[in-house]
Write a protein that binds this ligand. Structure first.
Ligand SMILES: Nc1nc2c(ncn2[C@@H]2O[C@H](COP(=O)(O)OP(=O)(O)OP(=O)(O)O)[C@@H](O)[C@H]2O)c(=O)[nH]1
Length: 403
């Protein structure tokens, strides 16, 4: 009897099937599954394409962010616009109101973040204008840059900030056209929704008009409304970081597939330390679901800090492994490092958290009948976690090669 090849209705379905194969097939010494091999080959190809000076690889969604090792993010903008506050709140867990006491940055601050991917954040003092100062080595600053984050204080007069940003964007378009420019219209807390949108519209028009006057259409400029006093800054950073992840579509397909099979409402893959989500499923993301999942991570971290080192007594372990379960404890829990489930009583939506590795956690909002299908849910989550682990096994060494 001969086996006919599987027929897929669409390329997306084929990709999902390959992903499932990727997450199911264990890698034996030197033997790779076809899906894993394909992912590996895609990487080899995109890493071998010749790179012209000043241009970035088109096939790489992160541009040339990985050429020199750790992807780099640059924070620029006027003085007191909030750059150091953003980096302290997102990456150093500083309480937002403590940023009131931050001193003005005098020199370029370089921070390295070790996480699911190692990246650097450079905080530029507001008074430095790189295009005013010929002594700056532009290639050292912008060559291989992941993203330029330009912070504009929405509570201040922003015309000068926009003028400086325009000069920078035009210069970058000429020399480094693929650098993502992320404009954070910042400090929008306390502004009415209408006013926020008015400001965003005004700034967008001013920048786009300037760009089209100089013949640049479709420049990679994105706008975000942010504040350190709510989740918007994490949401914006999530979007920035996602653009740096090679093959993000693969991660999104895995999560979309998981949501479909387990009937989850939403699934996020979080970087636990920063609470940035690095991928989510294809359903529309809303701030409320992100907030609740991100707060849940805080709860788990706090509980782990209190009870994390707790060891079970031999007696307790025997009781849990005996009747009626008759199985070793390790086989009963989905993950030896962390697993948890919380039910929100008002909306009857359980939230599930599953650690992927020491940096990443999968957090999903389930539906209220999910408890009836927990074994199936656990099995699917396990398969996706294996797939994610393999994904990062392949991509991480490529990202950090030159470190
Ligand atoms: N209301 C509000 N204030 C903010 C926000 N982010 C930062 N700030 C305040 O803005 C002030 C300046 O913040 P910094 O982070 O020092 O600004 P900076 O851009 O690093 O300034 P330089 O180092 O001089 O370039 C501080 O008092 C912060 O508390 C925000 O989202 N909302």
């Amino acid at each position: 009897m001969s086996l006919s090849p599987p027929i897929y209705d669409s390329p997306a379905e084929r990709q999902l099937a390959e992903l499932n194969a990727l997450s199911r097939s264990p890698v034996r010494s030197g033997v790779m599954s076809p899906a894993r091999l394909k992912l590996q080959l895609l990487y080899e190809q995109s890493n071998q394409e010749p790179i012209k000076k000043g241009t970035l690889r088109p096939a790489d969604p992160a541009g040339g962010a990985f050429e020199k090792g750790k992807p780099r993010l640059l924070l620029m903008g006027q003085r007191r616009s909030g750059k150091s506050s953003i980096s302290s709140v997102v990456f150093h867990k500083l309480a937002p109101n403590e940023t009131l006491f931050l001193e003005s940055t005098a020199r370029i601050q370089k921070d390295t973040m070790s996480s699911f991917m190692d990246f650097q954040i450079w905080d530029f003092p507001g008074q430095i204008d790189v295009y005013d100062n010929p002594s700056f080595d532009m290639d050292a600053i912008f060559g291989g840059l992941g993203a330029l984050i330009w912070v504009i204080d929405a509570q201040d007069d922003y015309l000068e900030a926009v003028a400086r940003l325009n000069v920078t964007i035009l210069a970058l378009q000429r020399s480094y056209p693929n650098i993502n420019i992320e404009v954070f219209i910042h400090k929008v807390d306390g502004l009415s929704d209408d006013y926020k949108l008015d400001i965003q519209r005004d700034i967008t028009i001013r920048i786009q008009d300037e760009l089209s006057d100089h013949g640049f259409e479709n420049a990679p400029v994105t706008f975000h409304l942010t504040s350190i006093y709510n989740h918007s800054i994490f949401e914006a950073f999530s979007k920035v970081i996602q653009k740096l992840i090679p093959r993000l579509g693969t991660l999104e397909s895995m999560l979309t597939n998981l949501c479909r099979t387990c009937r989850f409402e939403k699934a996020y893959l979080f970087d636990v330390l920063s609470k940035i989500y690095i991928a989510t499923d294809s359903a529309t993301a809303d701030m409320a679901s992100y907030e609740i999942c991100s707060d849940y991570i805080d709860v788990i971290i706090d509980i782990t800090e209190i009870y994390g080192t707790w060891q079970r007594s031999d007696d307790g372990r025997k009781r849990l492994e005996g009747e009626p379960w008759n199985a070793k404890l390790e086989d009963q829990v989905g993950c030896s490092t962390a697993e948890s489930c919380l039910v929100l009583h008002d909306s009857h939506k359980p939230i599930m958290l599953r650690e992927v590795d020491r940096y990443l956690a999968l957090v999903a909002i389930m539906t209220d009948d999910s408890y009836d299908r927990m074994p199936l849910v656990n099995m699917n989550v396990e398969a996706v976690v294996e797939g994610l682990t393999e994904f990062f096994d392949i991509t991480k060494p490529k990202i950090n090669v030159a470190g």
